[in-house]
Design a protein around this ligand. Sequence first.
Ligand code: ARG
Length: 458
Amino acid sequence: MWGGRFAAGPSAIMREINASIPFDKALWGQDIAASKAHVAMLGAQGIVSAADAATISAGLDQVAAEYAATGVPEDWDLEDIHMTTESRLAELIGPVAGRLHTARSRNDQVATDFRLWVRDCLDQTDAGLHAFQVALVTRADEHTASIMPGFTHLQTAQPVTLGHHLMAYYEMIRRDRSRLAAARARMNECPLGAAALAGTGFPIDRAATAAALGFDRPTANSLDSVSDRDFALDFLMAAAQISLHLSRLAEEFIIWASQPFGFVVLPDSLSTGSSIMPQKKNPDAAELVRGHSGRIVGSLTSLMITMKGLPLAYSKDMQDDKPPVFEAASLLALSIAAMTGMVAEARFRDQRMRAAAELGYATATDLADWLVRQADIPFREAHHITGTAVRLAESRGIALDQLPLGDLQAIDPRIDARVYAALSVEASVAARASHGGTATAQVALRVAEAQAALQMES
Ligand code: ARG
């Protein structure tokens, strides 16, 4: 395709290092669509004849049918998907195929194809996250009153509900989806027509190709169009953030499924056994989601460092943009699917969670709050009095509400019998009815809002 100015062909090493067809063949659908939009525009503008445009378009359809039926052939001499398609087109329709590349370059071609691919990927990721949110909200709705220990520092802090905990992830994913939407809106401009770097002298209609490919408008600067990959980085940044969220939930499931916790029984379908210890049921899917987040963040780092310091416009380094994006996309899709299944099918053990919430003096704050409210004691002093009560209960190995009233009054005479009503985990949860708090009624409100936002049947 470019041999005219060369006396010798490339060495085997040059062919191998240069070839992107092993991975960019994944862009074949986008490449055909962009070529069809381009040639239709060339025909409409009279840059190629209407008859040639029709021949090329039909030939492209035939190439696409072959790819769909038998896959894309991998010939390193043809380097990439763009030249592979053009070469096959020439075999099918003859020299008229050479008119397709009028007023374009592989530089704007690959920028266009890859944008289309990333745009589809954003849409698929968003659909996956929607399903994940539906699973979270469905389980949260079942568990708005299931009490579990809430942790800080992984130390028992205050009782919360499982529904509240799951809805925390709903919120994270809601923000992640807004990141995807913002990335999509930002990237939806068409680079086709930027040509190699400077635009073209042919009377092309960039608005027409942009519209044909579902872009909002053509890009405004030809140099930027062929040389930036921030749309791919936007996806990877969102993917990295999503994978961090998934990894945290995966980690919690791993902890909760451990025998000392026993808060959850993971679905058999997303667990594995041990080849030596017959009793084992390992949370491998959750561990791999946790592990994959490292590779997804690695993909982001990889492309950021590829792009750093590249002068305008196109450099061949940019061919390395695709493997990290493809890898992150497939790992992320698997991770979302695995966590959706895990949330949907996990069996939560309400009694174990509630019993754990009773341990660790989770309602100590409620005692302090009671002293503030009922006895008008400043919170700092109430905190100190409560600490003394916790120390006494701990020394006897009993819960706070098992301390006799006399002992509590010996610590502070302003305590009276009404305090016991505040010390149950149910009372503690019910008290936290501030906006966004863990009280069942609050969580139920958030669940209802989420069901409406997700257009779920409630
Ligand atoms: N295979 C190349 C890529 O993926 C296509 C663009 C090549 N452009 C060029 N001027 N060599 O980036």
